[in-house]
Design a protein around this ligand. Structure first.
Ligand SMILES: *Cc1c(COP(=O)(O)O)cnc(C)c1O
Length: 416
């Protein structure tokens, strides 16, 4: 580990929670250089929904490289882009009757967010962006400005005006109708003094914020409010999308149709950097090359994304499997943790589950103790008070139950 301490910036983070040297990975396992297998309940924060190194995606990459497939091409027309566009339309957009255009942004989630808020400002001619408590949208300046976490924002260095922070569903304990009325008052009642926003930006399930789910009614209300005040609705589905909660998009049960949808993390399927911003066609008003970038539409990632779409999204088998596995894990955890001396509260949807404990420091200690038992599970929430359970959607039942059992046993051992 000396090489990292000696040469890598102190900004490194996850490696401090999981300090071993990793070398290979397969399916639901990360393998350290000394051959220890770690069961992965984190999946790169939702980047590995189909597990590590899916053999069909790896094979496609090897073939592509062997035949001299184009790797870097700016945003030139490429065979892999054509195939991705066709597959994404056929497997994801058309079945949902979505008519969104696909914008390739720089390769990480935050790039997709920047494009979204920039376009919303251009469309509306407004500056303010309405965002929510607990929201996490990335580390570049615009995305960071609308992110809630103060520890991440302390080094922002400049002030970014025009951010209106609103309470997320459930933060104030009123019923949904009262919460929605409060939100509407903020913009529609005289005397509140808020600028009308260019957009409302939200996660339908907050990942970093602590696995908080918005109700369908609340999402519908925010969508209606956005329409009423002439703002765009941007859903950041970077972590919760790609089937993590069951359906491809996390907001599908609400039947809302966001004006802009941000996707990244699991989109490539293989963990390669790749992001897109989906735009309703009437808002696709960019001038050519107005939002540019050297690494947009990484060809290898478009290739593996296409394999993922054809392999997992031809029917709703994966969605059904995620519902069933999520139910199974939730029930196992609920029963197994019910006897703990401290309260454990399970939240989330599909295989995007979180466990909040009555003692805020417990999740952090649990994550560390699980790592000693060769399991990777991270924490989330503003005080790292929630243990995240995000196994691969493709994890087999035996590994899933094994992971659940380890969490239960270690939690009991720790709380004794
Ligand atoms: C990870 C994440 C981002 C940022 O993506 P990066 O690839 O890290 O830039 C934005 N929004 C959500 C919800 C995320 O989980």
């Amino acid at each position: 580990m000396e090489v990292f301490e000696q040469h890598e910036s102190v900004v490194r983070g996850y490696c401090r929670s999981f300090p071993v040297l990793f070398d290979t990975a397969d399916g639901s396992y990360l393998n350290s250089a000394d051959g220890t297998r770690y069961l992965d309940f984190f999946c790169g924060a939702g980047t590995l929904n189909y597990g590590h190194n899916d053999p069909d995606m790896v094979e496609a990459c090897i073939d592509y490289l062997r035949r001299g497939g184009l790797l870097h091409s700016l945003d030139l027309y490429s065979q892999s882009k054509a195939q991705f566009l066709r597959a994404f339309h056929a497997r994801i957009l058309a079945p949902r009757q979505f008519d969104h255009k696909i914008q390739f942004t720089g390769p990480t989630g935050t790039n997709s967010i920047e494009a979204a808020i920039k376009l919303a400002r251009k469309v509306t001619g407004r500056h303010a962006i309405a965002c929510f408590t607990g929201g996490y949208h990335g580390m570049s300046l615009g995305a960071l400005a609308i992110t809630a976490n103060p520890a991440k924002k302390q080094s922002m260095g400049v002030q970014v005006p025009g951010v209106i922070r609103l309470p997320y569903d459930g933060v104030h304990l009123q019923d949904v109708a009262t919460q929605l009325q409060m939100l509407e008052d903020m913009f529609c009642r005289p005397g509140y003094g808020n600028d009308l926003p260019a957009a409302f930006v939200l996660e339908a399930i907050q990942g970093e914020g602590g696995i908080n789910c918005a109700s369908d009614e609340w999402l519908q209300g925010v969508a209606a409010l956005a329409r009423k005040v002439g703002a765009l609705l941007i859903v950041d589905d970077i972590q919760a999308g790609n089937g993590r909660s069951g359906p491809f998009f996390s907001f599908e049960s609400s039947a809302i149709v966001p004006d802009i949808i941000c996707l990244s993390k699991s989109l490539s399927g293989l963990g390669l950097p790749f992001a897109v911003t989906l735009l309703r066609p009437q808002y696709d008003i960019w001038s050519p090359a107005e939002h540019n970038g050297t690494f947009r539409g990484n060809n290898l990632a478009m290739l593996t994304a296409t394999v993922a779409l054809e392999k997992f999204w031809q029917n709703d088998d994966l969605t059904q499997a995620v519902h069933a596995k999520g139910q199974q894990l939730r029930q196992q955890l609920q029963e197994g943790l019910s006897g703990l001396p401290i309260g454990a509260h399970i939240r989330g949807r599909g295989l995007m589950l979180g466990i909040a404990f009555d003692d805020d420091s417990f999740a952090k200690r649990l994550s560390a103790a699980l790592f000693e038992r060769h399991m990777v599970a991270e924490t989330c929430g503003p005080a790292s008070q929630v243990l995240k359970c995000m196994p691969a959607l493709t994890m087999d039942t035996r590994d899933l139950l094994e992971g659940g059992e380890r969490i239960i046993q270690v939690a009991h051992a720790l709380s004794r």
